[in-house]
Write a protein that binds this ligand. Structure first.
Ligand code: UDP
Length: 244
């Protein structure tokens, strides 16, 4: 874990507590220096999963930065009496870095999502960020990541975005990050949103911290995954109680 930012632990997961802007400045400087950087953007689902998988917990502890992606993490920190500044989501961070990478003529490698989605992602990124060099793309339905990692090593991108969902994306990054000095970040379902295959919640839902509710009504199959939230809040409350 890098030491530039204060950390707030929510159920043993150390989150950075800073602004999106300050975080971006730090990450951009590290990319300029070609420092090997692993960012995890974590939500309550990830925090609860880490409790059941010690290997995943270990992977999180060895990331350079874990950011609070999801209002549930801010809620958890508040319950613990350690309020956090703001959310730093994977999607917004990725968009900001693509924009910056375009201005700075950086290079990027994109892996993840269904074949038709990654094709559209490539088209959107090259159209919207013409000065950003997309050195490689691959869909997220591969049997072996090793050949893709080889290609990443050969094309030497400044940034790698891996969108295969947790815990797989973080496990792969932990295993292969040494093959390329640059940024490695897991971005979950971001490619589906970026390509327009999934709609991001309208502004109203975003502003009222109801993105989760929008996703629930548009993708009811997510209900099972969201059932973890009440259990998460209960566990945080219990841990707050123990701290007293
Ligand atoms: N995915 C993938 N390979 C897999 C499983 C999933 O590329 O083996 C992709 C899937 O197509 C989707 C993303 O990973 O684009 C996961 O999206 P989800 O919304 O579940 O992720 P979250 O942001 O909630 O972590």
């Amino acid at each position: 874990m890098s030491k530039e930012f204060p950390l707030i632990k929510v159920l043993n997961v150390p989150f950075i507590n800073t602004t999106q802007a300050a975080f971006l400045t730090t990450v951009e400087a590290r990319i300029n220096q070609r420092q090997n950087t692993f960012i995890v953007t974590a939500n309550p689902e990830i925090v609860m999963y880490a409790r059941t998988d010690s290997n995943y917990q270990h992977i999180l502890e060895n990331a350079d930065y874990i950011t609070p992606d999801g209002i549930g993490i801010l809620k958890g920190a508040e319950i613990l009496g350690e309020p956090m500044t703001e959310r730093i989501t994977g999607y917004d961070t990725m968009l900001a870095l693509l924009k910056w990478g375009n201005e700075q003529h950086k290079s990027v490698y994109l892996v993840g999502a269904k074949p038709e989605v990654i094709t559209d992602v490539k088209a959107v990124v090259t159209a919207r960020y013409p000065d950003l060099n997309v050195v490689g793309t691959h869909d997220g339905y591969f049997d072996d990541f090793a050949p893709i990692a080889n290609d990443i090593a050969n094309t030497h991108p400044d940034m790698v975005f891996l969108a295969v969902g947790f815990p797989k994306q973080e496990q792969l990054i932990a295993d292969y990050r040494h093959q390329n000095n640059g940024l490695w970040m897991g971005v979950g379902g971001s490619f589906d949103v970026l390509s327009g295959h999934t709609k991001r919640a309208p502004k109203f839902f975003q502003q009222h911290h109801l993105e989760w509710f929008y996703r629930l009504i548009t993708e009811p199959t997510r209900l099972k995954r969201m059932m973890v939230l009440p259990r998460y809040l209960k566990t945080v409350k219990e841990s707050a109680h123990h701290q007293k």
